[in-house]
Design a protein around this ligand. Structure first.
Ligand code: PHE
Length: 461
């Protein structure tokens, strides 16, 4: 018998928003978005990304929250709720859970790096070092299987403690604390960046917002589209699960809107805090994935107040990763509670242990070791393979299914009812209906075709 006899619920509407925004705001915003913006020449890429958030991200976010809310169930049960009688749509729910499982296994490794960097920043390890030495710190970490496993273990333990604490006392309480802190830190560092020398802030604004048309490629457009649902935590059942703890139907539309805006604002602010620092010292905007772990510590080490800045920055990264990771674990935990009737503690401990073990080959990816043969067979190491699998395959596919499900598989009256159409102005439902039935699936389908190389095959890109 499950200990959770009644379904848990958020304590307040703000609690839901902070938890869902906590899921959305993650490494995707602070680590990935700035460097893909850099690689794609800023400007137009950012504008297209904003368009994708509105046309793809928002409709899928609303869809996920509404099917979770209406069914009051975790992903598998949520899909089945609308189509009773052995509906195969439950498989889509399982697919999302599996995607969350795979994603958390390697997300925890990058999150572990950020924990390690909090420690390094606290112990003032970057002070007085040159570019080579600071890059070396990251390379050494990446290559050390033992250190990766240590931080992976620590991070997963923190996730487990919070999720075992429950929806209200664990997740909501943590996010209520972390999210305001996170906003404060991003905002604080951004303000600091305004006063940097060499017009760093202005150069950054120009880089981020001025549309340099010539720098945009087809790949960039599709990357913007793909990133828009990674960053909003879509296609993994996270918003379905969090939506199922929401009791008010009226909140779905405005909350989804607000969460998407918060996520986007943090991503843009992350660029506005990172790029001024980079430009003020004439570093390369196209530093790629190493931007946060290699370039930033170097620049921080040369700035007044650099010690505090680097501690705050890596804390921010760790907080962002943590509030996202707990949502991934919660998807798996709540599915097991709902399907197998286990209690929360058992469900979390067992599934997190399996995820932890599944993450070990990713932790060892840099050091080769046991899994060095993997790269010979698949052309990339285990970590990159999992990222490729989750981000390029599972996410777009699951996102596409969510849009098709809400747009086509359920009836119009079910859609109206779950959306709460009668609670809003008519045009809002009409706009949603149009997007979720036509625009969103078409665009996601396009990303998917691109990801599997089909567009290249037929010579379109
Ligand atoms: N949105 C998170 C980020 O930007 C990643 C994530 C995806 C978290 C899916 C939960 C579910 O880093």
């Amino acid at each position: 018998m499950s200990l959770e006899t009644t379904r848990p619920a958020w304590g307040t509407r703000m609690g839901f928003i902070f938890a869902a925004a906590g899921s959305a705001v993650g490494l995707g915003n602070i680590w990935k978005f700035p460097y893909i913006t850099g690689e794609n020449g800023g400007g137009l890429f950012v504008l297209i990304y904003l368009g994708c958030v509105v046309l793809v991200g928002l409709p899928i976010m609303i869809s996920e929250v509404m099917i979770g809310n209406r069914s009051q169930q975790s992903p598998v049960g949520a899909f089945q709720f609308f189509r009773r009688g052995g509906s195969p749509w439950g498989i889509v729910g399982w697919f999302g859970v599996l995607a969350g499982f795979v994603l958390l296994s390697y997300y925890s490794i990058v999150a572990g790096w950020s924990l390690n960097y909090v420690y390094l920043a606290l112990s003032n390890s970057f002070h007085g070092l040159g570019a080579g030495a600071i890059s070396g710190i990251f390379d050494e970490l990446y290559l050390s299987g033992a250190r990766n496993i240590l931080w992976h273990t620590l991070f997963m333990c923190i996730v487990v403690v919070i999720v075992v604490g429950g929806v209200r006392k664990g997740i909501e309480k943590t996010c209520n604390l972390l999210m305001p802190l996170l906003f404060l830190i991003v905002f604080g560092i951004m303000i600091y960046s305004i006063f940097l020398p060499n017009h760093g802030f202005l150069k950054a604004l120009d880089f981020i917002f001025y549309p340099h048309v010539e720098k945009l490629t087809h790949r960039g457009v599709l990357e913007a589209l793909g990133h828009s649902f990674f960053t909003l935590s879509l296609g993994m059942g996270a918003m379905i699960t969090y939506g199922s703890y929401l009791s008010e139907r009226k909140e779905i539309l405005h909350s989804s809107f607000f969460i998407s805006i918060l996520d986007t604002v943090v991503a843009l602010m992350a660029c506005m805090m990172i790029y001024p620092v980079v430009f003020a010292f004439g570093y390369d905007a196209e530093a790629g994935p190493g931007l946060v772990f290699k370039t930033l510590p170097l620049v921080f080490s040369q700035l007044p107040g650099g010690y505090l800045l680097s501690v705050l920055f890596f804390l921010l990264l760790a907080f962002a990763a943590l509030s996202s990771a707990i949502s991934l674990q919660e998807v798996v935990t709540s599915t097991v509670i709902d399907r197998l009737n286990w209690n929360r503690r058992k469900a979390t401990l067992i599934t997190a242990s399996v995820i932890f073990i599944f993450g070990v080959p990713s932790a060892l990816a840099g050091s080769g070791g046991l899994f060095s043969g993997w790269a010979d067979i698949f052309g990339m190491n285990f970590f990159d393979s999992m990222d490729f699998l989750a981000s390029n395959w599972m996410l777009p596919l699951s996102g596409l299914f969510v849009a098709i499900f809400v747009g086509w598989a359920i009836s119009d009256s079910q859609r109206r009812d779950a959306f709460g159409a009668e609670l809003h102005a008519k045009w809002k439902y009409d706009a949603f209906n149009m997007l979720v039935r036509y625009v969103t699936p078409a665009m996601v389908f396009l990303v998917f075709m691109h990801k599997i190389g089909f567009l290249k095959l037929i010579g379109l890109v």
